[in-house]
Design a protein around this ligand. Structure first.
Ligand SMILES: O=C(O)CCC(=O)C(=O)O
Length: 252
């Protein structure tokens, strides 16, 4: 159960960190499973070389071209991931934030284990997840469970607090809907950037409409995070869109 202060923080900033919400033995289990699935290269996954973000290998045939950026379809992969996706504390917290009686996980978005490898990871520029998603509103919340420490050094998330409420268009995006980092019109907003420092077992909840970014992993340890996207019963995917391929999963 979130306190009113925590709910207010989310409303104000567009994100909230729930510290040490996953028990350490559970995090160890989920991390072991993740490393195994990565080693076995269990599909479906997305390669760094395919997204072509800054720093990613130029092609799948280059050195590091087979580096996995994320394992997709986490919910269907293993009961441990489903346990986290339906964890009562997470589900009830997001229901409070969204003021909904019924919560759904959208299996088409995130629903993944994000990995950042030391040598071949990429930088993700400032974006809103909602930019390519197709829903009738912006009220979607991501949960991001850290399986280890996350900081700017290993490519942890950065957020622009309050950006989920920016409904004007005074910031400038490129063709792929990323904020242009060196555009004068974006400078005051980019100066708000905060690094979200996490430890194993911490979970970040953030609005899918909140601008976020992440650097490359400059350490020598792989970073793993488990990410799901949720919405309430007043949010619908547009029929026939990429957000509607698989039907929402009721989680509580
Ligand atoms: O870990 C990262 O690079 C950020 C991932 C992200 O923001 C996304 O996939 O939407």
């Amino acid at each position: 159960m979130l306190s009113q202060t925590q709910i207010n923080q989310f409303i104000q900033n567009g994100y909230l960190v729930l510290r040490q919400i996953a028990k350490s033995d559970f995090v160890e289990k989920i991390k072991t499973e993740t490393i195994q699935q990565l080693d076995q290269r269990i599909e479906p996954y997305e390669l760094e070389a395919i997204v072509q973000y800054p720093g990613s290998p130029n092609s799948v045939n280059d050195i590091g071209g087979d580096t996995i950026r994320r394992l997709r379809q986490a919910y269907a992969r293993h009961d441990l991931y489903r346990q986290w996706a339906t964890n009562t504390l997470i589900v009830e917290s997001i229901k409070q934030i969204l003021q909904t009686d019924q919560l759904y996980l959208n299996p088409n978005h995130h629903n993944s284990i994000m990995t950042k490898t030391p040598k071949y990871s990429s930088q993700t520029n400032w974006h809103r997840d909602t930019r390519y998603w197709n829903f009738n509103n912006k009220y979607l919340v991501n949960s991001w469970l850290a399986m280890g420490s996350e900081s700017n050094e290993n490519g942890g998330l950065l957020v622009l607090p309050g950006s989920h409420r920016w409904d004007d268009d005074s910031f400038v995006l490129d063709d792929e809907q990323f904020l242009i980092a060196d555009h004068p019109a974006n400078q005051s907003r980019l100066s708000l950037a905060q690094t979200v420092e996490l430890e194993a077992g911490d979970c970040l909840l953030f609005s899918a409409h909140c601008f976020h970014a992440a650097a490359q992993n400059k350490t020598d340890i792989v970073k793993h995070s488990l990410v799901f996207t949720y919405h309430g019963d007043r949010t619908f995917a547009e029929q026939g869109s990429s957000s509607d391929v698989m039907k929402p999963i009721f989680v509580g």
